[in-house]
Write a protein that binds this ligand. Structure first.
Ligand code: NAD
Ligand code: WQD
Length: 339
């Protein structure tokens, strides 16, 4: 399949591009580079041995998006493009609604105009909200999210589902848990701009000496060691989940819309992650206990049985591999991507 990968220069998109090529598909990247670097593409070409056709523009530009589809000959779309920082989304909510919803409107309109039906969408476990029982199951309603970022995901799921109900789209809603890790080559990985919001890149930057110490946001949660439990998933497993979902949609043309959790089905604490990263890197991770971070939940993880039953996919890689691969990337690229 010739697959348009929106946000294909980003963290999860770049890993998925490599796996699409390995599975015999032809990815085409469109990215505005608002949160990624053009030098990612050279690394993708090095890893795949293929030229990666890349288009640099903002998907909200409806004319450029439509023109890309007019020429593109795409069989399907994997839609990663979006802004994703939970905290920032409360500071600049309008930018989040405008970027995330605007990109999706423009994209879906171009798909409709040019007869492309199949879309795999990057959703998030955050759509389950604060009231959902753990483990999260896909049929849980009502979806709710506690940040503007999360609400853009709930809204995009609704919009895509409503269009799918007309028969014009075929949609996979992939709800990711906590993506971490990097390609085992150490050539591509997560490269947050500024201070990392998420645990794993922060730990990695402490280990490599870019930051002095980690703050552990609360150790008084009702969990075994008092720190929150999350369902960390290796980005390589996540990328494989996209290929599986894409191929499932292609094999089931009558399927209109379906949600799948992409998680490992178990929780790991913040302190367990620190210990695992120290072992993988051989570096100490100095940390201090800080107040809880607003909005954090004590514990959640996926019920991942639907993806296993229907897609034949499950998360295989261990916490040790997640830490070892992150460390290979971070130690080989202490300042992230060049330029
Ligand atoms: P990322 O920021 O690394 O990648 C997103 C890419 O989209 C970036 O390269 C960015 O430049 C591009 N982009 C953003 N807005 C655009 C626009 N309007 N037009 C064109 N390109 C645009 O993020 P990621 O971690 O790879 O996440 C990919 C997707 O998965 C996002 O939609 C995110 O919300 C979702 N997601 C991420 C996580 C996570 O923890 N990383 C968890 C759940 C869901
Ligand atoms: C994990 C744990 C923190 C940083 C977020 C989004 C979610 C999804 C994935 C997009 C928590 C603790 C963190 C630090 C810490 N993204 N922590 N010190 O919040 O589970 O999920 O990313 O859809 O929607 O909310 O991930 O990595 O930020 O935090 O103690 O410096 O690490 O308190 O317990 P989170 P995270």
């Amino acid at each position: 399949m010739r697959v348009l990968v929106t946000g294909g220069a980003g963290y999860i998109g770049s890993h998925t591009v490599v796996q699409l090529v390995a599975a015999g598909h032809q990815p085409v990247v469109v990215d505005s580079f608002v949160n990624s670097r053009p030098s990612v593409i050279a690394r993708l070409e090095e890893l795949t041995g293929e030229q990666i056709e890349t288009h640099s523009f903002d998907l909200r530009d409806a004319d450029k998006t439509s023109a890309l589809f007019a020429e593109g000959g795409f069989d399907a779309v994997i839609h990663f493009a979006g802004l994703k920082a939970v905290g920032e989304s409360s500071q600049i909510p309008l930018e989040y609604y405008d970027n995330n919803l605007g990109a999706t409107f423009s994209l879906v309109e171009a798909m409709r105009r040019h007869g492309v039906r199949t879309i795999v969408f990057s959703s998030s476990a955050t759509v389950y909200g604060e009231a959902a029982p753990v483990p999260y199951v896909e049929d849980y309603e009502p979806l709710a999210a506690s940040s503007p970022y999360g609400r853009t995901k709930v809204m995009q799921e609704r919009i895509l589902s409503d269009v799918a109900a007309t028969g014009e789209l075929q949609v996979a809603l992939l709800r990711y848990f906590n993506p971490v890790g990097a390609h085992p080559s150490g050539r591509i990985g997560e490269d947050p701009q500024g201070v990392p919001n998420n645990l794993m890149p922060f730990i990695a930057q402490v280990a490599v000496g870019r930051r002095q110490r980690l703050q552990v946001f609360g150790d008084d949660y009702p969990t075994p060691d008092g720190t929150p439990l999350r369902d960390y998933i290796h980005v390589e497993d996540l990328a494989a989940g996209h290929v599986a979902a894409l191929e499932h949609l292609a094999a089931h043309p009558d399927l209109a819309v379906r949600a799948w959790n992409l998680g490992g089905g178990r929780g790991t604490s913040v302190l367990e992650m620190i210990t695992a990263f120290e072992a993988a890197s051989g570096r100490p991770i100095p940390y201090e206990i800080a107040p809880r971070r607003a909005g954090d939940l004590a514990a959640f993880w996926a019920d991942a049985t639907r993806a296993e039953t229907e897609l034949g996919w499950r998360a295989e890689r261990t916490i040790e591999q997640m830490c070892a691969d992150t460390w290979r990337w971070q130690s080989g690229n202490p300042q992230g991507y060049p330029g």
